[in-house]
Design a protein around this ligand. Structure first.
Ligand code: HEC
Length: 143
């Protein structure tokens, strides 16, 4: 019981700080975390899964789907903390989308190296705006 209570406090404290803890738990007990459903947070979870899918496809040398249109929503989706949407966020988001576009357009043998650029954009933006998920994002690394 005490443990549960502590976790809840931890959660409340970290809601606006982009910490990792609550995110790991979100899928397990969604009803406890209503505030984590900001459109940007939901989009990011999808972006993570999409990148994972791209990574698997690249490893299997299969074609990768286009996610550009879907991920454009990064520019308009409402974040949990409105303060993240400053001018630099938009620049980073545009850079990210451009890197995704370059990967999708490029010839297949360049896709793996262009994937790494996309991956670096995920990390770069997170270093500035949302360090919590960085460890999780590093699962998307390819050699
Ligand atoms: C332009 C900046 C930016 C880029 C680029 C970016 N993110 Fe995010 N990400 C954020 C912000 C800000 C949040 C916090 C969202 C919120 O809570 O509203 C976030 C949240 C997340 C989360 C946690 C979502 C949750 O609440 O469960 C994951 C996972 C994530 N991002 C993965 C990624 C991946 C993977 C990429 C690259 C494909 C990426 N991000 C690219 C800024 C960015």
């Amino acid at each position: 019981m005490l443990k549960k209570y502590c976790f809840f406090i931890l959660l409340v404290v970290s809601l606006f700080s982009c910490k990792e803890n609550e995110k790991e738990q979100v899928n397990a007990v969604p009803v406890l975390y209503p505030n984590q459903d900001a459109p940007l947070a939901l989009l990011m979870r999808e972006m993570y899964l999409d990148m994972e899918e791209m990574k698997v496809s690249l490893e299997k040398k299969e074609n990768i789907k286009s996610y550009l249109e879907k991920h454009q929503a990064i520019l308009t989706a409402k974040p949990t903390d409105p303060k993240v949407k400053d001018g630099k966020f938009d620049l980073m988001a545009i850079g990210y989308l451009e890197s995704l576009k370059q990967m999708e357009l490029g010839s297949y043998d360049l896709k793996a190296s262009k994937y790494k650029i996309v991956y670096n954009y995920c990390l770069a933006c997170h270093e500035t705006y949302c360090p919590g998920p960085i460890k999780k994002i590093t699962n998307l690394h390819i050699d």
